[in-house]
Design a protein around this ligand. Structure first.
Ligand SMILES: Cc1ncc(COP(=O)(O)O)c(C=O)c1O
Length: 367
């Protein structure tokens, strides 16, 4: 072994040495339908007004460590009562990391499978014991008896439930989630990253449970580049997490820009409405392709399975047409041969659908 590899083996934890870094696909020049981003920009006047607010930013000073103006805006928008706490993170990814960093060594953590990959990725990096509990294969609902049984055996300190779930797109049954919150000996984090695309939420139920926290992000709304997530829950829990939050985790440009954007919320309402309309159109078009099994979605993406053919080959073909989606083809069941497409602009979706039908008509000609 080379000396430098010996050195890193001697220094880093085994779990980290065995991990692979989170991969982000190179997307330059592609129609980007892989990352659940909002595809729309802002009108010029809004961009100009935003740039004006940036002029007053004192980037020579540290940011407000509590991001008070932004916190207040988020409280107001989400009607968060004063007795609950709010914690801001550099994306919800950082909040997941904070929650997991606060656990005792090797603590058990649980989430359904498949679900958002960072729950496991961050748990692995921190040497925690991550338990993935399979969803029902046919409809991606929670397998409640199995989940509750696992809670009893594993006694997880934290359970993550993405609502709607990524990558499957569905909302889990509400009463199943309530049962999980009731049975969980530790915290239950309802991850509402896709809240802009559904009316379903647990935000108004936080006060009813000591162990329920709701996490949201502005990423899917249209501000992914700013990196801002937030967690709402009982003050006692938020105060503990605040002790390990880095003091200036929300930079000054993010504080000012997010506050500006949220104060002009009408633009996002228009855009998310458009995305939901396009979701319906895209869903219909995909459902008309007999070679695909398409799953319902309450988010801004759609999961589909390629039937009797290689999803990999389709993914590669689309890439050749400069259309980038997300391949989950190599995952175990129930994601085998599945791909996930983010809802784009009308024209982007049209190009994606045209490429799909080209692919299948070419296949038909060959057979
Ligand atoms: C369920 C879920 N939670 C959290 C995130 C990450 O959000 P953020 O951009 O705020 O880190 C994602 C991103 O894809 C997600 O799908």
């Amino acid at each position: 072994m080379k000396t430098i590899e010996k050195l890193s083996t001697a220094i880093f934890r085994k779990n980290i040495l065995e991990m692979t870094a989170y991969q982000v696909a190179e997307a330059d020049g592609f129609i980007k339908l892989d990352a659940m981003e909002n595809p729309y920009g802002w009108p010029n006047e809004l961009t100009e007004a935003w740039l004006k607010t940036l002029r007053n930013c004192e980037i020579n000073r540290y940011p407000d460590p509590d991001a008070r103006h932004l916190s207040d805006k988020l409280r107001e928008m989400n009607e968060i009562p004063t007795e609950l706490g709010i914690l801001l993170g550099n994306g919800s990814d950082e909040i997941i990391q904070l929650l997991l960093m606060a656990l005792p060594p090797t603590a058990p953590v649980m989430a359904p499978d498949p679900s958002f990959v960072m729950y496991k990725q961050i748990s692995d990096g921190l040497d925690l014991n991550f338990h993935a509990i399979p969803l029902q294969e046919n409809n991606f609902e929670l397998d409640l008896p199995r989940f509750i049984q696992s809670i009893k055996e594993i006694k997880p300190k934290i359970i993550f439930l993405a609502y709607p779930n990524n990558p499957t797109g569905n909302l889990f049954n509400t009463s199943d989630i309530q049962e999980i919150i009731n049975q969980a000996p530790g915290l239950v984090i309802i991850d509402e990253a896709y809240a802009p695309f559904t009316d379903a939420t647990f935000m108004s139920e936080i006060s009813d449970f000591d162990n329920l926290l709701v996490m949201r992000t502005v990423s899917k709304l249209g501000l992914a580049g700013l990196r801002l997530g937030y967690l709402v829950g009982q003050n006692e829990i938020i105060n503990q997490l605040n002790k390990i939050r880095l003091p200036y985790n929300i930079n000054v440009l993010t504080q000012v820009s997010t506050l500006f954007a949220l104060s002009n919320y009408a633009i996002f309402e228009q855009q998310t409405q458009l995305i939901c309309q396009e979701r319906t159109a895209l869903m219909q078009a995909l459902n008309n392709i007999p070679q695909l099994e398409v799953f319902p979605s309450d988010a801004n993406f759609i999961l589909f399975r390629v039937l009797n053919q290689s999803a990999d080959a389709l993914f590669t073909f689309l890439k050749g047409q400069q259309v980038l989606i997300k391949s989950l083809a190599h995952h175990d069941a129930p994601l085998t041969n599945c791909l996930r497409v983010t809802v784009g602009k009308k024209e982007e979706n049209r190009i994606f659908l045209t490429a799909l039908s080209q692919y299948f008509s070419r296949l038909n000609q060959e057979n």
